[in-house]
Design a protein around this ligand. Structure first.
Ligand SMILES: [Zn+2]
Length: 459
């Protein structure tokens, strides 16, 4: 029945451990979906699972890229992972995809993502650099909303009608898609909608593989934060400094060879290295005192803590927004199981046992339970998401502009409410009065103009 198990969650929640548990129980092999852990020789900075904790399970795409190699683009990751999934299945085993680079995971889980499969995204820019470069390339994107709207109306009127004239962000995004792909966003969305309808009519949903289970290892916010802080302490004990030092030395060697390394991508943006960079820089300056160096070291470590917490938050945000949205569009939110790892002493009962039971239920072809039923945390977090999804207006909402009140409303419902509102009726009345007045004045003006003429014509 070809199951796919995916494990997502913030850094420091124990994803890798759960992946090993499940792979051990269900004859699995693990595919790493963390962009940083693909780098070789940096087990501590990138937080790779130690060999003695892997329980002999094969780990793919882990430690496979050299320091001087470019980070993998998402298209390459997707292609390699899909190939590995097939290979693992051909061996009669179960693929377990685990990693914190969630846009990698998502590209594997779903059939179509924003710009469509196999087109732009293959070797396109990484999402993080996209925003910076587009307005440099197309300066009009930095214009005020009126200018953006005018341009969008010209190139993609369907999209232009959909957005509120003041919603610069959405107008800009539609223009950006047009510039980047040379195609109208409205066409792309219509195509996606068609694919979606087709998929739904074939009863497939949008998930690439029918029997997908996604485990989200999560924890209460305070617990997660203190765990992340502790993790930085552990990394230091395990030898973070010497790893970062080695990276720093490597860079200096390259520089002395006249080679410029792009520090804005790949492992050079990994948390732990870039925060420590000022410290290693200072070590090279003979005028720095011991005391200054020590202060700088502590400041850098504090920034690692902050960056780690921030990264954890952004990972959770991705799950709550992007992953949830895709699952929701596919009607598959019931495949996302939140596991509460707040009580780390109860890992077996809170994490391993329920996840194993869920996989077994799916393998037996039986319906899996409501994800909210797993724990209090699951009930709170997933319940809130379900609520939000219900309240959210359709994304295809059309905008209506009232010329009388000079107001724009999103959606037919708001428009109807506006038409019956006191403000609009009053506006209508005064507009009618004004029209009446104008007509009267025009008439008398016309008469006074016509009068001599008609006299003249009589003559
Ligand atoms: Zn009005």
């Amino acid at each position: 029945m070809d199951p796919l198990i995916a494990v997502v969650g913030a850094t420091g929640t124990g994803k890798s451990k759960l992946a090993v548990d499940l792979a051990s129980r269900f004859n699995g092999e693990i595919i790493n979906g963390d962009a940083m852990q693909m780098y070789r020789g940096l087990p501590i900075i990138t937080n790779q699972i130690p060999v003695d904790e892997r329980n002999g399970i094969p780990h793919h795409l882990l430690s496979c890229v050299d320091l001087d190699e470019e980070a993998w683009r998402i298209g390459k990751f997707k292609k390699e992972t899909l190939r590995l999934i097939e290979e693992i299945r051909a061996r009669g085993k179960t693929p377990v995809l685990v990693g914190g680079t969630h846009y990698y995971t998502q590209a594997v889980l779903f059939k179509d993502q924003l710009v469509g499969e196999g087109s732009e995204d293959e070797d396109g820019p990484e999402p993080s650099t996209e925003l910076v470069s587009t307005s440099e390339k197309w300066p009009i994107l930095d214009s005020p909303p009126e200018v953006l709207m005018e341009k969008l109306t010209e190139v993609d009127p369907v999209m232009a009608q959909r957005w509120h004239p003041k919603d610069a962000r959405k107008i800009r995004r539609s223009l950006e898609i047009y510039f980047q792909t040379g195609r109208r966003a409205s066409e792309i969305y219509a195509e996606q909608q068609m694919m979606k309808n087709e998929a739904v009519s074939k009863n497939e949903g949008l998930l690439r593989f029918d029997n997908t289970l996604i485990f989200w290892v999560h924890a209460e916010k305070e617990i997660l934060n203190s765990r992340l802080n502790a993790r930085v302490g552990d990394m230091l004990k395990q030898g973070l400094m010497s790893e970062a030092q080695a990276m720093s030395d490597y860079l200096r060697d390259k520089r002395s060879e006249g080679i410029d390394v792009d520090l804005t991508r790949g492992v050079w943006v990994s948390i732990g290295f870039k925060e420590l960079a000022p410290y290693f820089e200072a070590l090279q300056q003979p005028e720095k005192s011991e005391k200054e160096l020590e202060e700088l070291r502590l400041t850098c470590i504090e920034s690692i803590r902050n960056a780690t917490r921030q990264y954890g938050r952004s990972q959770i945000k991705w799950i709550r927004n992007k992953l949830w949205k895709s699952l929701s569009d596919a009607g598959m939110t019931h495949r996302l199981y939140l596991l509460d790892s707040s009580d780390v002493g109860n890992w077996k009962t809170c994490i391993t046992e329920p996840s194993e039971k869920l996989v077994q239920t799916m393998l037996d072809g039986e319906p899996t339970p409501d994800p909210k039923s797993l724990s209090e945390l699951a009930k709170t977090v997933l319940g809130a998401k379900e609520e939000q999804t219900r309240e959210k207006p359709e994304s295809t909402t059309k905008c209506f502009t009232c010329e009388i009140c000079r107001k724009t409303m999103a959606g037919e419902e708001q428009w109807k409410i506006h038409l019956t509102s006191y403000g609009h009726k009053r506006g209508l009345k005064s507009a009618a009065k004004k029209a009446e007045r104008d007509a009267y004045f025009r008439k008398t003006e016309l008469e006074s103009q016509e009068a001599p003429e008609s006299e003249a014509s009589k003559v």
